[in-house]
Design a protein around this ligand. Structure first.
Ligand code: UT7
Length: 342
């Protein structure tokens, strides 16, 4: 036997808990079409969305994050984690970060807790950071949450953004294990290109233009050049998915389930075609949730697990893209016995 075969597999982060939460209020396309210059048919055919869940005004991102986190921790059977990382573009406040507030409400006293801001790629970015902490031995367990109240930053009068986005939260618990165990996260492939920072952005309210409404009250809302974003999204997601599959030692066309950021059903379809993955291997929940930004991937994982779209031993590829631009992908073999709670 070679020395290689005796080597202990590398320490890795394993998926051991999964949960999600959606605000109960559903808004369908006809509600939007009654006050915007749009139609149910346009939204269904151009984006693939029939409805979305929107939080009530009193509900903040942290409230949704706590609900998803409680379910993920129950799913994992844990009452404590060593770190909390929250991916969000819609924090409760600019200062402080929202993760410490969430950790406090979960009763996780004094654990490190911080936000990751990578827009729609935020959950995969945060997962990569958590996996790195676990791999290094800095943490034994981590709670990673994607939570968004997109309705707080979307102009309800803008037909180019209002139909697209929804609110919600999803969360996972990652636990130290070995790289050859089911549920272990594979290498991450990721990147960014700030040349396109203004393709999706909020002009006001940051240090560049501190007053959210300088010149125009709409400067506190998301501005998006949708078609440009769409074209970059297809190219970048296809590329990064291939990178992550190759890093895991997989052929991308052999992936059993592609969990792709739910931005537009046409983006998912184009990516699947580019990768040679048949549509039945690409679960989707965009029709009823819209684009929930950083919450999109953990929500889709949770719903796909509950629907038995995700089953033990499947090769699963996660891929995302968002404002920045940012993109990220990783892999795992779906573990047995993981019960998602919603
Ligand atoms: O989460 C990551 C970030 N976000 C995304 O990935 C979103 C990516 N982008 C998209 O999903 C799509 O670009 C949109 C759904 C935003 C738009 O679809 P599109 O096929 O790229 O349409 P378009 O922007 O090229 O507009 C086509 C037409 C335009 O009319 P004209 O100029 O052809 O007469 C728009 O004014 O559709 C019009 N339009 C609408 N019509 C009815 C734009 N929005 C609407 C609307 N209802 N809501």
């Amino acid at each position: 036997m070679t020395a290689q075969s005796h080597a202990t597999p590398a320490r890795a982060a394993r998926l051991t808990g999964l949960g999600s939460w959606l605000p109960p209020r559903q808004v369908d396309n006809s509600d939007l079409a009654s006050r915007l210059d749009t139609t149910d048919e346009w939204i269904r055919t151009r984006i693939g969305i029939a409805g979305r869940h929107l939080a009530d005004p009193a509900v903040a991102t942290s409230d949704m994050a706590v609900e998803a986190a409680l379910r993920a921790m129950k799913s994992a059977g844990v009452e404590h984690v060593d770190a909390v990382i929250l991916a969000t573009a819609t924090p409760d406040h600019h200062v402080p970060g929202t993760a410490p507030l969430v950790a406090h409400r979960l009763g996780l006293r004094q654990v490190p807790a911080f936000d990751v801001g990578a827009s729609c790629s935020g959950f995969v970015y945060a997962t990569a950071v958590a996996a790195g902490l676990i791999h290094a031995g800095t943490a034994g367990t981590a709670l990673v949450i994607g939570a968004e109240k997109m309705s707080a930053i979307i102009d309800p009068a803008d037909r180019s953004t209002a139909p697209i986005f929804g609110d919600g939260a999803g969360a996972v618990v990652l636990t130290a294990g070995h790289a050859d165990e089911p549920g272990a996260l594979g290498p991450v492939a990721w990147g960014s290109d700030g040349e396109h920072a203004d393709a999706i952005y909020i002009p006001g309210g940051g240090s560049r233009h501190p007053s959210p409404s300088t010149g125009d009250h709409r400067n506190r809302f998301v501005h998006m050049r949708g078609n440009e974003v769409l074209r970059h999204a297809v190219r970048r997601i296809s590329y990064v998915a291939q990178q992550a599959a190759a890093a895991a030692g997989w052929q991308v066309q052999d992936v059993d389930r592609l969990i792709v950021h739910q931005a537009n059903a046409r983006i998912s379809a184009a990516v699947a075609t580019a990768l040679g993955i048949s549509p039945e291997r690409v679960p989707s929940n965009i029709a009823h949730l819209g684009n929930t930004s950083a919450a999109s991937i953990p929500l889709l994982l949770s719903h796909s697990a509950i629907d038995r779209e995700l089953r033990a031993s499947q090769r699963v590829l996660l891929a995302s893209f968002g404002a920045g631009f940012t993109w990220a992908a990783t892999t795992l073999v779906w573990p047995s016995g993981l019960q998602a709670l919603t």
